[in-house]
Design a protein around this ligand. Structure first.
Ligand SMILES: NC(=O)c1ccc[n+]([C@@H]2O[C@H](COP(=O)([O-])OP(=O)(O)OC[C@H]3O[C@@H](n4cnc5c(N)ncnc54)[C@H](OP(=O)(O)O)[C@@H]3O)[C@@H](O)[C@H]2O)c1
Length: 314
């Protein structure tokens, strides 16, 4: 279906299918980007404490509430618990900091950003011997603390991000509130079909991050292939009279996923939302999925951490 229909989460709440990504959006740019997105029709913003720009996202929300363009209940705001706040007694303080920065009383969705816990403290990336220093907190204990946030009204829904199948199984076995969402990297080079099938079988919705291949990721190396320049996707895009970015966004939506492309460029913010007048054929979705090449672009690099998620097959 081409229409802009929100997906329904396992707790009955709805989530708009396109959200604006905000990782790497500089504090000086993100306020305008969020305002432009809301004016273009976006009703979902993807945030995180570690992006270092939640105050500036909050300024845009404040303006749009004051202008009467949106009310709080019209917009879906996601944020994420950073790895240094996994210890159960730190979780409530972490969401309260995020809420204060965003100027909100509640989130729509709060995710455990990564399964790995890092050493608690002021450093977001605590380093020791040139490596990120881990902490032994079990993400299942973190999950139990996340559940209390729903009971306290601080987040309407809770979920996870970057969890593998085994990690999700452990959370599901202990949960009294099931994760509503799993946010993972998804695009044609990493189509994630096995993990998506597993999540769907447990009624966990999926958000596709880095849907355009994250060309501005800080760890990109010169000569790395660029998803937005993939010739086969360009051929499909030409057929629909759409851009490669629009086809990549539709690739997520037409597989039943939520998608959160990031941009700070007004014309692209508008373009990325202008995808509700076409739909990919099943053959084109298959063709795009056949580009799978384990092409993950986003990873934490702490492969030695016992909870590093990407050592398993999925
Ligand atoms: N949970 C996690 O661990 C995790 C990890 C990664 C990402 N995320 C979330 O997912 C969001 C999206 O992922 P991402 O930021 O990695 O990358 P992305 O959305 O795949 O790509 C963003 C890049 O594409 C450019 N771009 C956007 N629209 C375009 C268009 N129509 N044509 C050409 N270029 C375009 C942007 O440029 P300009 O901004 O300069 O326009 C930017 O350089 C993040 O911002 C974040 O919110 C979550």
């Amino acid at each position: 279906m081409a229409a802009n229909v929100p997906i329904i989460l396992n707790n009955g709440r709805t989530c708009p299918v396109i959200g604006l990504g905000t990782w790497k959006s500089k504090p000086g740019e993100v306020t305008q980007a969020v305002k432009d997105a809301i004016d273009a029709g976006y009703r979902h913003i993807d945030c995180a404490h570690v992006y270092g720009n939640e105050k500036e996202v909050g300024e845009a929300l404040k303006t749009k509430f004051a202008e009467g363009v949106i009310k709080r209940e019209d917009i879906f705001i996601t944020s994420k618990l950073w790895c240094t706040f996994h210890r159960p007694d730190l979780v409530e303080g972490a969401i309260k900091t995020t809420l204060e920065n965003l100027g909100l009383e509640y989130l729509d969705l709060y995710l455990i950003h990564w399964p790995q816990a890092f050493k608690e403290g002021d450093e977001l990336f605590p380093m020791k011997d040139n490596k990120i220093e881990g902490s032994s907190v079990d993400y299942v204990d973190t999950w139990k603390a996340m559940e209390t946030l729903v009971q306290k009204g601080l987040s309407k829904s809770i979920g996870v991000s970057n969890f593998n199948k085994k990690q999700l199984e452990r959370v599901l076995a202990a949960a009294s509130i099931k994760p509503a969402m799993q946010q993972i990297e998804v695009h044609p080079w990493l189509n994630q079909q096995p993990l998506i099938d597993f999540c769907k079988s447990h009624d966990i919705a999926i958000t596709a991050y880095s849907p355009l291949g994250s060309p501005d990721r800080p760890f990109a190396k010169p000569g790395d292939p660029v998803l937005l320049e993939e010739a086969k996707i360009k051929t499909i895009a030409d057929k629909y009279g759409k851009s490669v970015a629009q086809v990549l966004i539709r690739y997520a939506i037409d597989r039943g996923l939520v998608v959160i492309p990031k941009s700070v460029t007004k014309s692209r913010i508008i373009q990325n939302f202008n995808v509700f007048d076409f739909q990919l054929s099943l053959d084109d979705i298959k063709e795009l999925s056949s580009l799978e090449c384990k092409g993950r672009v986003c990873s934490m690099g702490d492969t030695y951490h016992p909870d590093y998620p990407f050592n398993d097959e999925y």
